[in-house]
Design a protein around this ligand. Structure first.
Ligand code: NAI
Length: 261
């Protein structure tokens, strides 16, 4: 646990499901005030709010589309209205779909880029702007992917968005380090969340993914949330511009394991 997170206000986008939800619960367990941005009503964010409140922390749920400037502004405003600050911003919302690149519709390209990259930019801009105005030495965490590094055929829009997330993170880290604002990314490998539900429901596809993971299993959302808590905490006070891969070694050339190289 990280005592420096107690009473801090943490805003998490796309927190109705998956990694965002796991991070909301983890920051709640750290006794932070948690602002859960969710996209669709059926995600039932109130259940997460109740769980956090029952553990003695505070939380609110705010609907919004991260690709819409007004929604992101409203999200930050609601965090401040409810808890008086924004200390940690987690830009987590993301989407993907599998299409051979020659068939990729402009609509799909725009949807993925505007959610994953433009949404991340808006979240960074609004949160950092608030931190600067209020002299807060805050922390921003961008949810990237191993695909900021590993090319991914049939997911060119997704890979491009995460490649963009890498340099967005590193550029903002450099720009705001003098103000004491840290900007880092997390690069998950294959984690068991709704984004992968269809793939992991097929035993053959799941086996194929596990073969790419040196540590030998699909990651759990809580394992990503633990890293987010550390990165946001004072324990990581000298860390900025990092992408922390939480990938069981996936980015370390698994094809070379056991003398295969
Ligand atoms: P998920 O599908 O459960 O979560 C994505 C969330 O983003 C959903 O709650 C969805 O409603 C929300 N969202 C989608 N469009 C939105 C919009 N326009 N505005 C606000 N929210 C929106 O999947 P998961 O795995 O939790 O994904 C979270 C992040 O982690 C994504 O950025 C994804 O690219 C990244 N990631 C996930 C990996 C995995 O293996 N699960 C691996 C690498 C990266």
């Amino acid at each position: 646990m990280y005592p420096s997170l107690e009473g801090k206000t943490v805003v998490i986008t796309g927190a109705g499901t998956g990694l965002g939800k796991a991070m909301a619960l983890r920051f709640g367990a750290e006794k932070a005030n948690v602002v859960i941005n969710y996209f669709k009503e059926e995600e039932n964010p109130e259940e997460t709010v109740e769980k956090i409140e029952s553990s003695g922390a505070r939380a609110i749920a705010v609907q919004g589309d991260v690709s819409k400037e007004d929604d992101v502004k409203a999200l930050i405003r609601q965090a401040v209205d409810s808890f008086g600050s924004v200390d940690v911003m987690v830009n987590n919302a993301g989407v993907e779909n599998e299409v051979p690149s020659e068939d990729l519709a402009l609509e799909d390209w725009n949807r993925v880029i505007s959610t994953n990259l433009t949404g991340m930019f808006l979240g960074c801009r609004e949160a950092i702007g608030y931190m600067l105005d209020h002299n807060i030495k805050g922390s921003v965490i961008n949810m990237s992917s191993v695909h900021q590094q590993i090319p991914w055929p049939h997911f060119v829009h997704y890979a491009a968005s995460k490649g963009g997330a890498k340099l967005l993170t590193e550029t903002l880290a450099l720009e705001y380090a003098p103000k004491g604002i840290r900007v880092n990314a997390i690069g998950p490998g294959a984690i068991d969340t709704p984004i992968n539900a269809e793939k992991f429901a097929d035993p053959e596809l799941k086996k194929g993914v596990i073969e790419l993971i040196p540590i030998g299993y699909i990651g759990k959302p809580e394992e990503v949330a633990a890293c987010a808590a550390w990165l946001a905490s004072e324990e990581a006070s000298y860390v900025t511009g990092l992408t922390l891969y939480v990938d069981g070694g996936m980015t370390k050339y698994p094809g070379f394991q056991a003398g295969k190289g």
